[in-house]
Each structure stands twice: as C-alpha cells, then as structure tokens.
Write a protein that binds this ligand. Structure first.
Ligand code: B12
Ligand code: SF4
Ligand code: SF4
Length: 331
C-alpha cells in the first residue's frame, strides 16, 4: 500500500486499512446489473434495495450533490477470520467480531472520520460525506472503479493481494485530489466454481455474479426478524447462526492473504462477554438466555455490536433449527 497525500502508509495500516483507491467517476459501471437483479426479484425480502432509493444508486450525485471524487478504503477482519478457521468455529461471521466486538458501522466510521480530519487539516475548503453500508450506494462498484478489485462469482469484491475479508468504507469529497487515475482490475475467477459448489443453499447465480438473496444464509440469519422457515439446504451448512462466510472461505484468493496474518480474536473489555456467549455456552444455553430476555433487553445487551439486529424472535429462529428436541438428545 502507498501513502495517501499527508497520511503515511504506517498510519493507514494502524487503522486496519489493507489498501485504498481513488475515483472521480460518480456513476457505477454495474447499475444495469443491479436493476436486472431487482427486476428478476432476486432481492427477495430486502425491500430497501428495490424501493425509491434504487434511483439514488444510479449516480453518487443523487446522494452527495457536491461529489467530485471518492477515496475508498478496505478495512481488514482477516485476523479474526483466521482465528475462526483455526478453531473450527463458524457459527458467527467473522466481520461481526472483526472490529474488537464493535459494530463496524461505528468503528469503521470512527476510522473514516479520523482520516477525514487529517485531510481537512491540510485543505480548509474540502468537504466530505462518509459512505458505509447504509447509504443507497453500490459500494462494491465504488471500490471496483477505484481499482480495488473485481466482482467474484460469489458477488464479493475481491482484491488480488488481500482477498475479500474486508469491509468497504468511503469518503466522498467536494474536490478532486491530486492523485493519479485509477486502473480497474479484470476478472480473476477464470473457470473456478468453488463458491458456487460450496454454497449449501445454492444461493449463487454464477452467470450474473449476484445472489438469490432469499436463499442466502446471511439474509436468513441477519436480515430476517420473523420466525420463518430457513432456506432449503441450511442443514448442510456448518451451523451458521449469524451471517455466513462459506463462499469466501473456499475462495482460493483468500488463502495467501490469510497465511500472512496472525490468528487473533481481540475484543474490547466491554465485549469479552461475546466470547462467553458464542463460544462457551452451548446452543441450548444460548437459546435459554435469549428466551429470558425481552426484545428491549436483548437490544440493550448487544448495544454497539452487530448482534442486536435480528432481535429476540430473529435470534430464536436462528438457534432453534440447530437445537434438537430433548427426546432426540436422550435417545
Ligand atoms: C444488501 C447487502 C447484503 C445482502 C445481499 C448481498 C448481495 N450480494 O446482494 C445480504 C444480506 C445477503 C448480504 C450478505 C453479505 N454481506 Co452484504 N451488503 C449488502 C449491501 C447493503 C448492498 C448490496 C447490494 O446493493 N446488493 C445488490 C447487488 C445486485 O449488488 P452487489 O452485491 O454490489 O453486486 C454487484 C455485482 O454483482 C456486479 N456485477 C455482477 N456482474 C458484473 C459484471 C461486470 C462486468 C460488472 C462491472 C459488475 C458486475 O453488479 C452488482 C451491482 O453493483 C452492501 C453495502 C452497500 N451499500 O453496497 C453490503 C456488502 C456488500 N456486504 C458485505 C458483506 C461483508 C457481507 C457478508 C460477507 C456478511 C456475512 N458474512 O454474512 C455477506 C456476503 C454474501 C455474499 N456472497 O454477497 C460487504 C462486502 C465487502 C466485499 N468484499 O465485497 C458490503 C460491501 C458492506 C461493506 N460496506 O463492506 N449483504
Ligand atoms: S454467504 Fe453463504 S449462503 Fe450466502 S451465498 Fe455465500 S455461501 Fe451461500
Ligand atoms: S471461489 Fe472461485 S469462482 Fe468463486 S469468487 Fe473465488 S475465485 Fe471466483
């Protein structure tokens, strides 16, 4: 990775940044891919992708009218992923513990604000807007046109040097920066089909490089708050109860980057309880605990982490699938 204007490479690394890119293009290259996906109904119950905000995704100017350029950063959770693989613990997706237990919407935002402040210190007329997951912005495309990778068949943005275990966070700016033009990456999937073959619920449409969202375990375990049936094939997974990394874990582009990092599960003091919850209790004990909480109590318990999202009904739905009735346990 290179330094960025007045910010050194070491400072960027200390923020968990693997690489950064730059673009002055406000329109996504894959807007039509996205619209085709919506039209074919592949977004399933994810209505926030198909409502009136789909127009906003057509151009960054619709979201940030002063847009002139974007700095795009990729934030690693590789160390946590390595710990999970080495310990054969796959029930919780790595991104959710990869920022010391904090919800990345807070932690990565904090890091993006730090970078923004460093940039503003050198340029008083600069204005900025942070894009991190929740804005109506096609962020994988933004990273793609900033030269940070290609769209894998599993639909992940994959970087040739760093794989795909990262979160994308961007700073949109009202001025162009004195940075060289981006060279976009090309496809490096070739004939590989590993993610398509490994997905237990057959949620990957390799032809269009998109997902059938209603079949994806991440949709079922993170984005589904009602007590509904899981996607067909869920039973063939590794027991994922929050998110799913299977199509990344099998991707050859993730092997070398993981081999280079240490295996670490690092949690802030106030989040050490997460380790106890998810790795020391068995699933029946975890379910008992959720049963005893009110929905509001659960939201309070998991405040500032990723785990408040499914709510009580959502969590119990995720867990009950893996808990055998006591008569089965006895026999
Ligand atoms: C909705 C959503 C989901 C949904 C739907 C995912 C999906 N693939 O559509 C669900 C809940 C399933 C989900 C799951 C996950 N998500 Co999510 N999710 C999002 C969100 C909010 C919107 C994505 C979106 O617009 N989808 C619509 C589809 C059509 O767009 P797309 O996924 O970007 O796909 C593009 C390519 O397919 C491309 N394309 C296809 N073919 C071609 C061909 C060419 C030539 C070109 C140019 C382009 C192209 O066009 C599409 C449109 O840009 C983004 C944040 C954001 N604002 O972008 C995060 C995001 C995509 N998620 C992220 C993560 C980390 C995950 C999970 C790993 C979490 C987990 N462990 O459970 C999984 C991964 C599942 C997977 N294989 O995709 C990261 C991905 C980082 C990365 N390296 O790519 C993002 C970017 C959040 C972030 N800020 O970091 N997610
Ligand atoms: S995240 Fe899991 S369920 Fe979703 S497409 Fe990837 S392997 Fe399939
Ligand atoms: S597993 Fe293979 S096909 Fe799937 S994203 Fe990785 S390289 Fe591409």
């Amino acid at each position: 990775m290179k330094s960025l204007l007045n910010i050194s490479e070491n400072d960027l690394k200390s923020l968990g940044i693997l690489d950064w890119g730059y673009t002055e293009e406000s329109t996504p290259h894959s807007y039509q891919n996205y619209m085709d996906w919506i039209k074919s109904g592949q977004h399933g119950t994810l209505n926030y992708l198909s409502d009136e905000r789909k127009e906003s995704r057509r151009d960054l100017l619709n979201v940030y009218p002063d847009f002139k350029s974007a700095l795009v950063f990729i934030f690693s959770y590789q160390e946590t992923k390595k710990w999970m693989i080495e310990n054969n613990r796959h029930e919780i997706a790595a991104y959710s513990l990869g920022f010391e237990g904090l919800d990345y919407h807070f932690e990565v935002k904090r890091r993006l604000e730090l970078i923004t402040n460093l940039l503003l210190a050198k340029n008083e007329t600069l204005k900025s807007f942070i894009s991190l997951d929740t804005q109506p912005i096609l962020e994988r495309d933004l990273a793609y046109r900033s030269g940070l990778g290609w769209f894998g068949k599993n639909s992940m943005l994959i970087n040739k040097n760093y794989g795909s275990y990262f979160i994308i966070g961007s700073i949109l700016l009202n001025e162009k920066l004195d940075l060289s033009k981006t060279v976009m990456d090309v496809d490096h999937c070739g004939q590989c089909q590993k993610c398509i073959e490994a997905c237990p619920t057959q949620a990957i449409d390799g032809e269009t490089r998109t997902l059938i969202a209603s079949k994806c375990i991440a949709t079922f375990t993170i984005e589904t708050f009602k007590d509904v049936e899981p996607p067909v094939g869920y039973e063939k997974s590794r027991g994922e109860i929050f998110g799913c990394d299977i199509c990344q874990d099998v991707c050859p582009w993730n092997s070398k980057p993981l081999a280079r990092v240490q295996s670490i599960l690092s949690l802030k003091k106030e989040f050490l309880y997460l380790k106890n919850f998810f790795y020391e209790l068995d699933l029946s004990q975890l379910a008992d605990m959720f049963m005893k909480m009110t929905n509001r109590g659960l939201k309070r318990q998991f405040k500032s982490t990723a785990f408040d999202r499914p709510g009580k009904v959502g969590w119990l739905k995720n867990l009950k699938f893996w808990i055998k009735p006591s008569s089965e346990n006895d026999s």
